[in-house]
Ligand binder design. Structure first.
Ligand SMILES: Cc1cc2nc3c(=O)[nH]c(=O)nc-3n(C[C@H](O)[C@H](O)[C@H](O)COP(=O)(O)OP(=O)(O)OC[C@H]3O[C@@H](n4cnc5c(N)ncnc54)[C@H](O)[C@@H]3O)c2cc1C
Length: 561
């Protein structure tokens, strides 16, 4: 059973199918139609070392990723990513992926932040859409992969420390079902919709993380939320880093190219945490511009690239700017500011993607393997989805092929159905869940953003805990069929639970590392904090524990760009 049909889930399904040679029945359960999964939004590229002949190397990709992670990445996991990613690029190629090309016909690569070589393979600025289309088409060739589109998984079924399946609602009918499975993979993506100003799809509501957390699996490093430097103002839709990779520059209200101050060598192509903080500083110190929505921003200027290059390589973001903002980047600079973009943390999983529950793996953005550490480099996520989609698909298939079916916990299915249809569905609370969601987003936007403080995080934690008491008691729509009101209330439950984990971890981490920047503790503190955070659910709230970072070759150094 694969929960989630983004790049990670689809890649896992293909691998499981190929590995089992038709002997397993593989179910992909997804709350939206597979081709509406968040992964279709990916724009700029997928990282892989392809051009050793021109000077790129595996060692360079490994080091860039570890330095980018502010030394929190597990170095053995980074090495594995880098060694497998090129094979995934060619595998996709053979399945029909229309990679952008150079004039000699070889796969083209562009520059991206924090990478010291242009190693982002891309397909215009629609890499996620084409990767998804290639993977989905390939899945359809395998008769033993069955899709359950628009099924909402509510909980994992875990018995005696072993995975047994999951419970789900078929959204169309409202029918409640227990899926029996020998092995499972959680590939449910990130938690970005905890924030209002986010590049994420509205379906990125942290369900998988909350399911795992409730099933006793710790969430790892959840305080590290990435803010991308360039969200279009005021919608938050992403303007890919590929725009800066292809030569775009950032300027403030005085027309100054301010990145010269913050990252004199890498400039706009410093890692995202550094560029996002630079924009925040410019705005705080009065050098931003103001939108009529009240939002402050800086400019991303592409005009010097020329119309031809923009139309060829950045056509989607041009279209987005024209449609959503009424400006053409060929003629005008784009108003941008930092925006919630990626969840570095996730479900605690080892280098093989295995969770502490037997028979259960996790892959993609939902999992914390951990390759991204405290700050992900752009284009590494889709690479991680492909690599660990493959690894977990094979491991889960192998396990299912040799594991005998055990008892199915019918009782747990009945209890879960009661929790939802007798409890939440019939709830009579006063509070409108959409108001609570709005308060949650406002709180996270304000206090768990690029700059954080003990006071702010503590206040936010209290707010979230109070919201949890008021939430999920009010489903207005009483029909069973297509009850999105009920689904949204269940999603809200996941979001509140995961927001509490983010804030608890951020409050405890009294240092600044990667995307987690504490104004009251502005330095990285390797002596006390060179460790992963593990958050466990207990009846009294979140309990934190810590685990060591795996270092193979690179001792932490000061991080300058
Ligand atoms: C705008 C944007 C651009 C990006 N561009 C790039 C890029 O160029 N390069 C790069 O490397 N990364 C990029 N990223 C990041 C990257 O796109 C994501 O990290 C990655 O696509 C996540 O894929 P995934 O397979 O883990 O999950 P997702 O694609 O997020 O899919 C999650 C799946 O889980 C399912 N699901 C969730 N909850 C439930 C539930 N309760 N029941 C059933 N199903 C459920 C959903 O239906 C969906 O199928 C970008 C991100 C954004 C926001």
């Amino acid at each position: 059973m694969i929960i989630g049909s983004g790049i990670a889930g689809l890649r896992a399904a293909i691998e499981a199918s190929e590995h089992s040679r038709g002997k397993l029945s593989i179910g992909v359960v997804t709350k939206v139609h597979a081709m509406r999964s968040h992964s279709v939004c990916a724009q700029g590229g997928t990282a892989a070392v392809l051009r050793v002949d021109r000077g790129d190397s595996a060692e360079s990709h490994v080091f860039d990723t570890i330095k980018g992670s502010d030394y929190l990445a597990d170095q053995d996991a980074v090495e594995r990513l880098v060694s497998i990613a090129p094979k995934e690029i060619f595998r996709l190629e053979h399945w029909g992926m229309p990679w952008s090309r150079e004039s000699d016909g070889r796969v083209a690569q562009r520059a991206f932040g924090g990478h010291s070589f242009p190693r982002a393979t891309f397909a215009g600025d629609r890499v996620g859409f084409y990767e998804m289309q290639t993977l989905y088409d390939t899945c359809l060739h395998y008769p033993n992969i069955e899709f359950y589109h628009e099924w909402y998984v509510t909980s994992l079924l875990v018995d005696g420390g072993e995975f047994r399946g999951a419970t789900a609602i078929e959204i169309e009918s409202g029918n409640f079902t227990g899926f029996k499975a020998k092995a499972g993979i959680i590939a449910t993506g990130g938690a970005g919709r905890l924030y209002a100003f986010a590049t994420y799809s509205h379906s990125s509501t942290a369900d998988g993380l909350a399911m795992a957390y409730r099933a006793g699996i710790p969430l790892k490093d959840m305080e590290f939320i990435q803010f991308h430097p360039t969200g279009l103002v005021p919608s938050g839709v992403l303007i890919t880093e590929g725009a800066r990779g292809d030569g775009g520059i950032l300027t403030n209200k005085d027309g100054d190219r301010f990145m010269k101050k913050y990252a004199p060598q890498k400039l706009e192509l410093a890692p995202r945490d550094i560029v996002a903080r630079a924009i925040a500083r410019e705005i705080q110190e009065g050098r931003g511009l103001k939108d009529e929505s009240g939002m402050e921003y800086v400019h991303l200027d592409l005009r010097h690239l020329g119309g031809e290059k923009i139309k060829e390589r950045l056509s989607e973001i041009r279209e987005v700017c024209i449609k959503l903002r009424g400006i053409d980047p060929i003629e005008e600079p784009i108003p941008v500011r930092y925006v919630c973009h990626f969840t570095m943390g996730g479900i605690h999983a080892n280098i093989d993607g295995a969770t502490p529950v037997k028979g259960l793996w996790s892959a993609g953005e939902a999992a914390c393997i951990s390759v991204n550490g405290a700050n992900r480099l752009g284009t590494n996520s889709t690479a991680i989805c492909l690599v660990w989609g493959g690894i977990t698909g094979r491991a889960a298939a192998e396990y299912a092929l040799h594991h005998h079916s055990t008892d199915f916990p019918e009782r747990a299915v009945i209890e879960e159905e009661k929790r939802i249809y007798d409890g939440i569905f019939r709830g009579k609370g006063e509070d409108n869940p959409y108001d609570i969601k709005h308060e949650l987003e406002k709180t996270m936007d304000e206090y768990a953003n690029v700059f954080r403080t003990e006071q702010g995080l503590g206040d936010a934690l209290k707010t979230i805990q109070a919201l949890k008491q008021r939430a999920y008691q009010h489903v207005e729509d009483k029909s069973r069929e297509f009850n999105m009101n009920l689904i949204n209330v269940l999603e809200l439950q996941s979001m509140l639970e995961v927001a509490e984990v983010v804030l608890t971890g951020a409050h405890a981490r009294t240092e600044s590392r990667g995307a987690h920047f504490r104004l009251d503790f502005p330095k990285r503190d390797d002596e006390h904090w060179m460790k992963h955070t593990l958050a466990y659910k207990t009846p009294d709230g979140t309990r934190l524990d810590y685990s060591p970072v795996t270092i193979t070759r690179y001792q932490p150094q000061e991080r300058t760009y």
